[in-house]
Design a protein around this ligand. Structure first.
Ligand SMILES: Nc1ncnc2c1ncn2[C@@H]1O[C@H](COP(=O)(O)OP(=O)(O)OP(=O)(O)O)[C@@H](O)[C@H]1O
Ligand SMILES: Nc1ccn([C@H]2C[C@H](O)[C@@H](COP(=O)(O)O)O2)c(=O)n1
Length: 240
């Protein structure tokens, strides 16, 4: 009997989009279907924000923020079924989703040396994984412009606000007033878009608008874009 030693082909899928468009949940499902690792690059920026808050770094001091990012010991799961982020051995998986981090993260994400440091780590993680779905704001354009497949996932602002509100309610995180929700979604996008372009697809990037799609339809649309660009058929099975 001949042993099957065939390795799964390398496959890099880059997904970008604005806040609440479904990048994380859809990319995780796509990674499971493709038997690939999953990289949540937003979690890396959130980890820097948590770290500088924890260390009491002056948020007006870009050099100090950049130094903290470079020194940060980050351990992040790339298994789509395991959500775990640790900084300096401290599990911050839940803490990086708290409002104080959400409200601070754009301040660190617009510091260019912070971006350069995290982009370097992201490229390393992608190279180490071989098969990976990486999502964020600048993956299709800066981190992995040569990915096998690149997708910009969008949805109307109304849909994104409604999804984020439902997500927070289901997670037991309580209600947000309309102003807070708008600041955490649209306000953050406005700030983040000063350093990354994720409101329109770059050349060669497929656009998936999920405004009128449910979750499963969106996963199917992203998988179809991957198949179209990379020519790799999706693995059958549950995605969520
Ligand atoms: N097509 C869809 N239809 C309905 N709900 C969706 C759809 N796609 C994602 N969702 C839901 O919307 C919520 C927000 O999705 P998710 O957290 O993946 O967005 P995101 O783009 O990663 O946001 P952020 O960048 O702010 O972290 C989740 O509860 C998710 O299940
Ligand atoms: N590639 C990336 C990923 C994320 N960011 C910034 C912008 C967001 O406000 C923040 C948190 O991301 P989220 O968890 O909401 O996806 O991180 C970025 O600038 N570039």
């Amino acid at each position: 009997m001949t042993e099957n030693t065939e390795q799964p082909a390398a496959l890099v899928v880059a997904v970008d989009g604005p806040s609440g468009s479904g990048k994380s949940s859809v990319s995780k499902a796509v990674a499971r279907r493709l038997r690939a690792a999953y990289l949540d690059t937003g979690a890396m920026y959130r980890a820097v924000a948590w770290h500088v808050l924890q260390e009491g770094v002056d948020l007006a001091d870009a050099d100090a923020i950049a130094a903290a990012a470079r020194a940060m010991d980050l351990d992040q799961s790339t298994d789509p079924d395991v959500e775990r982020v640790a900084v300096g051995g401290v599990d911050v998986t839940a803490a990086i989703r708290e409002d104080r981090v959400t409200e601070t993260v754009s301040t660190v994400a617009v510091v260019i040396p912070v971006r350069e440091e995290l982009q370097r780590r992201q490229r390393e993680a992608i190279a180490a994984a071989g098969r990976m779905v990486a999502e964020g704001r600048d993956i299709t354009t800066v981190v992995a412009p040569d990915a096998h497949a690149r997708v910009l996932l969008t949805a109307s602002e109304e849909a994104r606000l409604a999804r984020r509100s439902g997500q927070l309610r289901r997670a037991g995180a309580g209600e947000r007033d309309a102003g807070t929700l708008h600041r955490q979604v649209a306000g953050r996008d406005a700030r983040d878009s000063t350093v990354s372009t994720f409101d329109r697809p770059a050349e060669g990037v497929a656009l998936v608008d999920s405004t009128e799609l449910d979750f499963e339809q969106t996963v199917a649309a992203v998988l179809a874009a991957v198949e179209d660009q990379a020519g790799i058929p999706a693995v059958k099975g549950q995605g969520r």
